[in-house]
Design a protein around this ligand. Structure first.
Ligand code: ADP
Ligand code: MG
Length: 721
């Protein structure tokens, strides 16, 4: 049969066939949405609010869900109760419902499709009525109902092309298919967005795949082009699913490729000190410990030390729940660095913790020939000068401090190991700070797992991970109870019992925004007054907050450790790491204001002693999320589990503050849901980079471009030749 070629159709064939031009995503990023018909200044502004400016933004503005309008049926086959789509011609139109101010609230369109007639009722949407003249072809989707007779309650009604088979695209973007529903705002309607995206896909043309075909084949994933099209306008559910998987894989693969390349580069260009400790410090330290190491501690120490023996710089993350004994691992590493003639630095997130580490570590090492110095922002000028001199002169073997350690003016004699303690979000960019001083010390990052294990693969994707998955023997779960203001008094009565038994307690003040530091002090002082004058007038109550002078803080902590203070009223300065084993109870006021991991950390202050510890969360949660957090805390003791709950509650968007972590936000991947894809993406990425560390192979050029564009300035130096 000869094709009746109209002028129009011929034109279409000419442009569509001879050259299949492939555009890269980078090309699309360079083309503005305004090149599309229908995008004037108003729409442009509305798109901008959604973060959409280029054609690439448009084609990757993925739908949040789809409306399934794909169940196309003949009118004769319709069944009451089903949701279906029918295609028919308008026969007639009549108003329905009781008129309000002279206008009927809806209308019924009588449809005919060759097999039967059915009325479709439409509520509102009066502007449609003018288009629905007899003989016009429409696609209607909705529920089939029996009212006076059988009818369709139209959820969607669309006028469509004369013959859908000609358009090659079914019924167009809006009907008779899985119809995408997009995130929109006031300035742009859902329908308009759908049209725009449909056009942008046409305008984009054939999109080149930056991922190697072999990987796609192995992973059984569709091409990027197909995936993008399917995700917007799916053919069917299975294909939609594999398209989604492809996009998730895509995103994670690019990140992992960046991390792998970065790691490869560092390994090639950097040399760390070889730490061959002779055990002259480490052995006596371990021998003098008042306890035996847990199996997990032993294993992790060995993992760390064997990394340190290598010439390539160590990059290792040690994860372990609150109270699992991570400090010992840090000290072992520091001692090994000193034994091999270098210096070790231990960096803590707060002065209180730095101070505590200094006290406990220098006490533990008192009999050993190693000098420990403290370097924080609040040393006196003379103290600071002395500390700096011994750091620069090499007398100080171990330097403990806060961020002050990485400030200008701190010169090390031979810094060969950096331990970063309890840094929740110590991302790629911060970790490079030490390195940029010219040397490449070994790096050990220690965290109490505010993030699930698998997640750290992404966040710390270039680190090796060691997990302390065992608590010291005899640890008791912290009995955690949620009390309201009425139950608060009873809670403090229980605390009184603990104090009478010779133990100690913390009372944590409600969290106050950082910007209101003075409020913070006021809240702390109020709670202090209440406890010391009304609740525990017979007990010794102390106060610790961030605004106190370092000297004062030191005095208070020392008094608490010496049991001269029985109840310590404190702000979150005690959040992490503080370790006073005799403390067996903690009351957290205004608990609904704290984050989940913060509460878990705070509670961890009292899990270290021999007595069954108690934690009271004083809260009147006003939001669902707050209630969920508090319930989770009462229910679970395990930090891994809690961090997953936390992630579920908070969503994942907040996880990668990109500036902090040096990682881009995830757009399509959801880490909890997509862990299996993450693992695959990571494996494939590392394999690929092992064979082509700088992605120089011409076949990898598009990939390289994508990784660079995605990870931006953070890894710009990554590909420097
Ligand atoms: P975290 O992992 O939270 O930093 P720490 O290192 O502060 O934990 O240790 C918590 C407490 O447990 C400390 O008082 C420490 O002395 C003690 N501890 C550490 N390891 C052991 C162990 N193997 N057996 C008994 N107690 C231990
Ligand atoms: Mg610790």
């Amino acid at each position: 049969m000869a094709w009746p070629i109209s002028r129009n159709a011929a034109a279409v064939r000419e442009t569509a066939h001879p050259v299949v031009e492939r555009v890269t995503l980078a090309d699309l990023r360079a083309r503005l949405a305004t090149e599309l018909p229908g995008v004037g200044p108003r729409i442009e502004a509305a798109l901008k609010q959604l973060g959409v400016a280029s054609l690439a933004d448009l084609v990757s503005h993925y739908p949040s869900r789809h409306e399934d309008l794909s169940n196309v049926k003949r009118i004769a086959d319709l069944r009451v109760g089903e949701r279906a789509t029918v295609v028919g011609r308008v026969v007639s139109l009549r108003p329905v419902g009781r008129p309000v101010r002279g206008r009927a609230p809806g209308f019924a369109v009588q449809l005919y499709d060759g097999t039967g007639y059915i009325p479709a009722t439409v509520w509102g949407r009066h502007w449609l009525a003018g288009q629905l003249v007899p003989e016009v072809r429409v696609v209607v989707s909705g529920e089939v109902q029996r009212k006076y007779g059988i009818q369709i309650s139209a959820k969607s009604i669309e006028v469509v092309d004369e013959d859908p088979a000609d358009s090659g695209d079914g019924f167009g973007p809006h009907a008779g298919r899985f119809v995408p529903v997009y995130p929109v705002n006031k300035g742009i309607q859902a329908r308009r967005m759908r049209t725009l995206i449909h056009r942008s896909l046409d305008a984009a043309g054939r999109i080149l795949d930056p991922l190697p075909a072999s990987i796609l084949l192995g992973q059984n994933l569709p091409s990027l082009h197909d995936a993008i099209h399917e995700v917007h306008f799916p053919t069917d559910r299975p294909r939609l699913k594999s398209a989604m998987r492809r996009l998730v894989f895509h995103e994670l693969f690019l990140i992992q490729t960046g991390l792998a390349a970065r790691k490869a580069r560092l390994e090639k260009t950097e040399f760390g000190g070889r730490h061959e400790g002779d055990g002259r410090l480490l052995n006596p330290f371990l021998k003098e410990l008042p306890f035996g190491l847990t199996g997990a501690q032993e294993r992790v120490i060995e993992e760390v030390l064997s990394d340190m023996r290598l010439e390539k710089p160590m990059r290792r993350l040690v994860q372990g729940d609150v109270g699992s004994g991570k400090t010992v691992v840090a000290v072992a590493a520091l001692l090994s660095a000193v034994e091999s003639g270098g210096q070790g630095a231990l960096m803590a997130p707060t002065e209180v913790l730095a101070e505590q580490h200094y006290l406990s570590i220098s006490a533990a090492l008192a009999d050993l020939p190693v000098k420990v110095v403290l370097l924080t922002g609040s040393l006196s000028t003379a103290e600071r000068k002395a500390a700096l001199e011994s750091v620069a002169g090499g007398e100080a073997g171990i330097v403990i401090g806060t961020h002050a350690l990485i400030q200008k003016g701190v010169e090390f004699w031979d810094l060969s190991l950096v331990v970063v303690d309890e840094q929740h979000r110590f991302g790629v960019s911060q970790r490079t700070v030490f390195r940029e001083k010219g040397t490449t010390p070994d790096t050990l990052v220690i965290t109490a797992t505010p993030i699930p294990r698998t997640l750290s693969l992404t966040l710390y994707g270039d680190l090796e991970v060691s997990v302390i998955d065992e608590l010291p023997p005899g640890r008791k779960p912290v009995e955690t109870e949620l009390v309201d203001l009425a139950g608060r008094e009873a809670a403090y009565e229980i605390v009184r019992g603990e104090l009478e038994a010779g133990r100690q307690a913390y009372a944590i003040c409600p969290l106050v925004e950082e910007s209101e530091a003075l409020e913070d002090v006021r809240a702390a002082e109020e709670l202090f007054d209440e406890l010391s004058e009304e609740i525990f007038p017979e007990r010794k109550v102390g106060l610790l907050h961030g605004r106190m002078k370092a000297e004062e803080k030191r005095r208070v902590m020392a008094a608490f450790r010496a049991r001269e203070i029985e109840v310590l009223v404190a702000t979150v300065v005690v959040e992490v790491g503080v370790d006073v084993p005799n403390a067996s109870a903690i009351v957290i006021e205004g608990a609904e204001r704290f984050g989940l991991s913060q509460l878990h950390q705070l509670r961890g202050r009292v899990c270290r002693g021999l007595h069954p510890p108690k934690c009271f969360l004083v809260a009147e949660p006003k939001t669902d999320d707050a209630a969920k957090r508090l319930d989770a805390l009462c229910e679970h003791q395990d930090g891994f589990r809690l961090s997953e709950v936390d992630l579920q509650i908070r969503g994942e968007g907040t996880l990668f503050g990109s500036r902090q972590s040096g990682m881009p936000d995830l757009k399509v991947a959801k880490l909890l849901r997509d862990i299996d894809v993450l693992v695959e993406a990571r494996r494939e990425a590392f394999t690929l980079v092992a064979g082509d560390p700088t992605l120089k192979n011409p076949a990898h050029r598009p990939l390289r471009r994508e990784v660079k564009d995605l990870l931006g300035a953070n890894v710009e130096w990554l590909f420097r030749e």
